[in-house]
Each structure stands twice: as C-alpha cells, then as structure tokens.
Design a protein around this ligand. Structure first.
Ligand code: ZN
Length: 273
C-alpha cells in the first residue's frame, strides 16, 4: 500500500471517528448504512458484499440489540431521531440477491431492511428483483421500499425536465405495482445538482432524500436529507461498528473545512510556480 493511501486510511478510519465520537450530538436523525449486491462468490468494494461478511455484520447488530427500521417507521418522529442502538439498513438498485440471499436470514433474525429500486430494471433484468418478490418482501412488513429513479442516471447531468421524468415514471410504476407512491428516494451514484435538488426538495412528494455522503443528516424545505455510510466488502467489523454508530459522519465536515481548502491551496501554489 502506498504511503498516501495509508495516511488517508489512518485519517478516515481512525482520526475521523474520534472527532465523530466527540461530536455525536450533531447526529439528529437515525443513522443509515447501505449495501448493493450480496454474493456467494468474490466480493468487490461497495458493489458486491460477500454473504459471509454480511452475515457477520448482521449478527453483530442482532447480538448488540440494534433496532432496525424500515421507511414506514420514519413517519414516527421518535423513531426518525438519532439513537444509540438504532439503524436504517438500505440496499441500492434492487439486486435479486436482496431476496434470494438474505430475505429468509433477515426474517430469522427479525432484522428489517430497505431497498431503493431502479424501477426500469425490476422484472426486466434477471439480476434484479421481480415485482412478485417486491410484493412478498413488502407484505412481510420486514422490508421497506424507496425509489432510485427509473433508469439510474447521474442526476447531476440531467436537465430539470429529465429529473422530473425520471422521478414521475418511477413513482407511477411503483404505484401501479405496489399501490402507493414511495416517500423515500436515493440518488443514483450519490450524484446530484442544484436542479435535481430543487425538484426533489421542493416539488416531489418524497419526504426523505438519501445521498451517499458520510455526513450529518439535516432538514431542508421540509424534507430530511440523509447522509449514509456505504459498507465495503473490505470493512473490518471494527470499521463497520464505527460506521453504524455514526462516528464516521464527521467525514464531510473534515472534507469541507480541512481537506478541500488544503487541496485548493496546493493547486493555487502549483499554478503560481
Ligand atoms: Zn444505484
């Protein structure tokens, strides 16, 4: 491992959680972790988590008395608020493994989870869930659902009109299949722009919007903007624990106020040379 990578790791996984622990009161809303696909083969970063790794992490939550929440629970202000042993587990995209690999296991542990669906892939792509699977999971009361657009574009690159189209098509199809318009939305790739934010925060019917940034969640225009901690296949149980506790949410404060200004200064000096 290069020295730079090592320094970044020490800052991100050791120093940030220390500051995060000191600033725990900055967490106002329930902490969120997220995954994508769960696999029996080889895992990869944030996209594919090995089933054994996932089960070890879920056992940690169950053994430590964590309360897991689905989106429906978040209408209750008390549940929505930050709590020491509370967590929202989310899965992005709607991979089929969210049903085939983990549904029975999560049921046996009574652990609730949520899935953000890329609506256009559901039923149409064999790697993704079918609507029958979504209905069964939904009706169990164990799994919550939100949308993740219709075609999974980067919302940062879309015009306002196309943002609206992505959202409306996803909402309409979900309503046709499941019976209501979801209140939770997650940005594909975590990317967004002023236009997409404007539409989602002011005009959409979503109550809660989820980014992929390790940050303190906040309220804006009557909606909750959530920070989230992605779980990587390489995370040790110790790093997992720090992410779950909300200690890593200090990262964006550090990036905004220390790292990015330093990088900008460095570039300014280089330019002058
Ligand atoms: Zn995605």
């Amino acid at each position: 491992m290069s020295i730079t990578k090592k320094i970044v790791q020490v800052i991100d996984y050791h120093l940030i959680p220390i500051f995060g622990k000191l600033c725990l009161s900055k967490n106002k809303y329930c902490n969120v972790i997220y995954y994508h696909d769960i696999v029996t083969g080889e895992g990869f970063s944030y996209m594919r988590t090995e089933k054994d790794v996932f089960i070890q992490q879920m056992n940690y939550l169950a053994d430590n008395g964590y309360e897991t929440l689905i989106f429906d629970d978040l209408d209750d202000a008390l549940k929505l608020s930050f709590g020491k042993n509370k967590i929202i587990i989310a899965f992005d995209d709607g991979w089929r493994s969210n049903y085939t690999e983990i549904f029975d296991f999560m049921k046996s542990k009574n652990l609730k989870y949520n899935v953000f669906l890329t609506i256009g892939e559901i039923e149409n792509n064999p790697e993704y869930l079918t609507w029958d699977m979504v209905r069964e999971m939904h009706d169990s009361g164990l799994v919550g659902f939100g949308t993740h657009t219709f075609t999974h574009p980067s919302m940062a690159d879309l015009s306002l009109i196309n943002c609206q189209r992505e959202v409306t098509e996803a909402d309409d199809k979900f309503k046709k299949e499941i019976g209501y318009i979801p209140l939770d939305f997650c940005y594909p790739f975590g990317y967004y722009s002023e236009d997409s934010n404007l539409h989602l925060e002011k005009e959409s019917s979503y109550k809660r919007i989820y980014t992929s940034q390790k940050m303190y969640s906040y309220e804006q225009n009557g909606k909750i903007i959530f920070g989230r901690n992605g779980i990587s296949n390489d995370d040790s149980i110790n790093i997992f624990r720090k992410k779950v506790k909300g200690n890593m949410n200090f990262l964006k404060v550090y990036e905004d106020h220390v790292l990015n200004p330093l990088v900008a200064l460095f570039h300014k000096i280089r330019k002058k040379e």
